[in-house]
Design a protein around this ligand. Structure first.
Ligand code: ADP
Length: 471
């Protein structure tokens, strides 16, 4: 409004001067005056318009030419507006740069494709995974898997394929396609190796359990049918019923072990730690093992470690029992089994050594896997489920410990439960001595050693193994 008033005032002033000139000087002077004002006005406007035109052709961030007269206020406002826009653009550009930098940090590859499946943009991960460089090139120049064509043609939102990529052996990648704005597509490449392994493990597990259950169920069904259809004498009936009972017990053991492993792996149950009297526990379990062996083996016990450890009594008992049962099952009559409790290398170690059949080195890496058996027939015949060592390994993981084993065919095996120093409770009588963790045990007793009498961790690494317990 002020601008309009000021302009009107200037026009009125020029007209008033012209009227005064007309009245007091001459009509001619008034006309010259008006002509002069018009020419000056036209020239200055033309010059200013030329400067504005020049500004409009320059890059946007040059400031507007300073206004004069009636233009000043308008140009000042326009300048402010242009400045704000330039600032906003700068912020947008740095925001975009930040987003690009963040997207480049992503481990997943991202590629934006146009409607013809040409690359519009790719992040660092996609460039390195697929060797993408530049833009406007068809994506199949970089990803040559034949399944890609089907994926790109698919209209299903979020459809995906799993592929292996050249130069990345052993890794499995998922290519995931999303339709983006307009005709654009977003192709995400994600490393799903671990997930694929888990999926495979899960289906292996289901297949293994079904397989393990099928054998006893088939046997039970067969004998039951025979009992129902054939006339058998009392002795035959007894034999068939005994077989049914034996297969039922196998199934019961399998179900018990499955429940144990699933509760150990679910991690919902907290560890009920309490001081456990190790010598008392081992004495009880060795007595139990002697009863199971029924005099077929010579079973000895040596105690050289602290009396108590912090552990779940039930779980520790189950772990030692599993090792002792295996030692009895895989050691022929007349063999020796030695149980030993000591501190060595800042760990509490309960070892079970036998002079049994032993295990060939190629089996050692997979020994503690669920359902892995060296000799399936022997394991089944002796009531094994193939889950014993997997249970032991899981129990030790819950105690931050680990399982070590060492074996050689024909020479016997040694399995060692290793508990961390933090779980050892120093004996009151020895509390004045250096902490338990710092003490080391005397060398292993030759009489109870399955192979050459060296402590387990001093034997060649090809036959000795420490099982990671994290899984
Ligand atoms: P299983 O119920 O079959 O014994 P485990 O998980 O306890 O299952 O043991 C896995 C496999 O390891 C066994 O099938 C057996 O082949 C081998 N094994 C375990 N302990 C011993 C041992 N003391 N001596 C020889 N082989 C053993």
């Amino acid at each position: 409004m002020r601008l309009v008033i000021r302009n009107l005032a200037a026009v009125l002033a020029a007209v008033l001067i012209a009227a005064l000139l007309d009245a007091y000087v001459s009509e001619r002077a008034a006309v010259w005056w008006l002509g002069f004002v018009l020419v000056v006005y036209a020239l200055s406007e033309t010059a200013y318009l030329a400067r504005l035109h020049h500004w409009a052709t320059l890059p946007r961030n040059r400031s507007l030419p300073a206004g004069y007269g009636p233009w000043r206020a308008l140009i000042a406002r326009l300048s402010r507006f242009v400045r704000q826009e330039v600032d906003a653009q700068g912020e947008l550009a740095s925001e975009l740069a930040r987003i690009h930098a963040a997207v480049d940090q992503l481990p997943d590859g991202l590629v934006v494709l146009d409607r013809y499946d040409h690359v519009l943009w790719a992040n660092d991960a996609a460039e390195s995974l697929h060797g993408i460089f530049g833009t406007r090139r068809p994506i199949h120049h970089f990803i040559r898997q034949p399944e890609l064509a089907n994926l790109l043609a698919s209209n299903e939102p979020g459809s995906s394929i799993r592929v292996e990529l050249p130069g990345r052996p052993g890794r499995i990648y998922e290519l995931l396609l999303h339709r983006a704005q307009g005709d654009q597509k977003l192709l995400i490449t994600r490393d799903v190796t671990e997930r694929a392994k888990l999926d495979a493990m899960r289906s292996d597990f289901v297949a293994n359990v079904s397989h393990e259950i099928r054998t006893p169920v088939t046997v039970i069904a067969g004998f039951a049918e025979t009992l129902l259809t054939l006339e058998l004498d009392a002795e035959q009936r007894r034999q068939y019923l005994e077989s049914i009972l034996a297969q039922s017990l196998t199934m019961q053991r399998l179900v018990d072990d499955l429940l144990t492993i699933s509760s150990l792996e679910s991690d919902t149950q907290a560890l009920d730690d309490e001081p456990v009297d190790v010598p008392a526990l081992l004495e009880r379990l060795v007595d139990e093992a002697r009863a199971l062996s029924a005099g077929r083996h010579e079973i000895s016990l040596a105690i050289d470690g602290p009396r108590r450890v912090l552990a779940s009594p039930g779980e520790l008992e189950s772990a030692v029992r599993n090792l002792l049962t295996n030692a009895i099952r895989y050691t022929s009559d007349g063999g020796r089994i030695a149980v030993d409790w000591r501190v060595q290398d800042a760990e509490g170690r309960i070892s079970v050594r036998d002079t049994g059949i032993g295990i060939a080195p190629e089996h050692l890496p997979r020994l503690a896997e669920r359902f892995y058996r060296v000799d399936r027939g022997r394991s089944r015949a002796t009531g094994g489920t193939g889950l014993g060592l997997a249970i032991v390994k899981r129990i030790l993981a819950r105690h931050q410990g680990h399982l070590r084993f060492d074996s050689a065919p024909g020479r016997g095996s040694t399995f060692v439960l290793c508990l961390p120093a933090a779980r050892l409770i120093p004996d009151a009588a020895t509390a004045a001595q250096p902490p338990v963790a710092a003490r080391t045990a005397a060398p292993a007793d030759d009489n109870t050693t399955a192979s050459e009498g060296a402590p387990i961790d001093q034997r060649p690494s090809s036959t000795s193994r420490s099982e990671p317990t994290g899984a």
